[in-house]
Design a protein around this ligand. Structure first.
Ligand code: NAI
Ligand code: MG
Length: 358
């Protein structure tokens, strides 16, 4: 059956980068037999400007109905004057929680063509390929109770609650072990079990689920050590699985080891393989509307979508290969450009990928 994709360009550079990604989708539909249709809708700042809300009920309903979602980016100074509850970024949180997209996959891959971009020595990061699996709808970001209260002595106190139920840990564990089965079969679970009881249970559940994946090696690491190891010797990791807050921090850290924010895609999956796919970067207001943004992270998000939601691994490989080819050919947008490369625009990068695909 024809799969339905909802495309949500967002604001800032979102429409520009998504425009190139949908050209890739079009090419696969027209020339390679991909059985997908898509429609676009407003989200984030573009939705706020039109409807005074970053996510309308109609678009949320469309998102629920779609088989997968491709998102650009949202947010920017233009909307910072408004209450946090209606800011563009709120749309992302709402989509994640309403669609129960609890499994966040964040690959950190260093492309050999971009080896100079990393802040680490080349030998530490050459061929780096780590997958961070972050739990996305639980933990301290969602735990109740939360807030700011006034104590009897009049002092104010801010508080949040770190909670994970067994079922929440189980389902993210399965995502991590399944991903590891397709890779180097090693999972490192990151917690703070020496201090936080909630993560003691996390560790216990990880051990239990790991018995269902005898081929996968499971290790445990405290989050402070994991942060240190990521910058000391990142290639020791294959898959890292962790909770919402630790994953937020570690995944940004891992991404930066590759030095290229414009190159990294992500997936947020529910229990049935439906997912929202988006680049890890934001809306880059400083370069929006200038045809300068790197569209490759968004194009690689299409690849992740084909792989994880549609079981089209071969077609995903084609996209990955095309991206590698354009890097080999020396095409670079500003964010990954060094002297001697061909500096290209967003659209020219899209042109190059389409040519490599053909
Ligand atoms: P950012 O990722 O938008 O930009 C950081 C720097 O990287 C900027 O210099 C930008 O020009 C550059 N950059 C980002 N993506 C690029 C690309 N594809 N090609 C070339 N250069 C690129 O992060 P920042 O500046 O912290 O946030 C800007 C806005 O985006 C904020 O409103 C923030 O809340 C929002 N944001 C949205 C996200 C999303 O939609 N998922 C994620 C992160 C931030
Ligand atoms: Mg973050």
């Amino acid at each position: 059956m024809t799969k339905k994709v909802l495309v949500l360009p967002g604001d800032g550079i979102g429409p520009e980068i998504v425009g190139q990604a949908t050209r890739v989708l079009d090419a696969l539909i027209e020339n390679h037999g991909l059985d997908v249709t898509y429609e676009s809708a407003l989200v984030g700042g573009s939705s706020f400007d039109a409807h005074e809300t970053p996510l309308t009920d109609e678009v949320l309903a469309q998102a629920k109905e779609a088989d997968a979602i491709l998102l650009g980016a949202v947010g920017g100074p233009k909307w910072e004057q408004y209450d946090i509850s209606v800011r563009p970024e709120k749309a992302l949180l709402k989509l994640r929680s309403e669609l129960e997209l609890f499994g966040n996959l964040r690959p950190a891959i260093l492309y050999k063509q971009l080896a100079d971009a990393s802040s680490l020595k080349p030998e530490l990061v050459a061929d780096l390929d780590v997958l961070i699996v972050r739990e996305l709808t639980g933990g301290i970001y969602f735990g109740q109770p939360r807030g700011i209260r006034t104590l009897e002595n009049g002092e104010r106190q801010g508080f949040n609650t770190y909670v994970y139920s067994e079922s929440e840990v189980e389902r993210i564990a399965h995502v991590a072990f399944k991903a590891a089965m397709l890779r180097d079969k090693r999972v490192c679970s990151v917690d703070k079990a020496n201090v936080l009881e909630a993560t003691e249970l996390w560790r216990e559940v990880m051990d239990r689920v790991s018995k269902e994946y005898p081929e996968v090696e499971l290790t445990h690491m405290y989050v402070d050590n994991a942060a240190m190891q990521l910058v000391r010797a990142p290639k020791q990791f294959d898959v890292m699985v962790t909770g919402n807050m630790f994953g937020d921090i570690l995944s940004d850290c891992a991404a930066m080891l590759t030095g290229s924010i414009g190159m990294l895609p992500s997936a947020s999956l529910d229990a049935n393989g439906k997912g929202m796919y988006e680049p890890i970067h934001g809306s880059a207001p400083d370069i929006a509307g200038q045809n300068k943004a790197n569209p490759l992270a968004t194009i690689l998000s299409v690849s992740m979508m084909l792989r994880h939601s549609f079981g089209e691994g071969a077609m995903a490989d084609k996209i990955d290969q095309a991206v590698s080819t354009v890097l080999d050919q020396g095409y670079r947008t500003g964010d990954i450009h060094t002297e001697g490369d061909k500096l290209v625009s967003t659209v020219e990068m899209g042109d190059a990928v389409l040519k490599a695909l053909a």
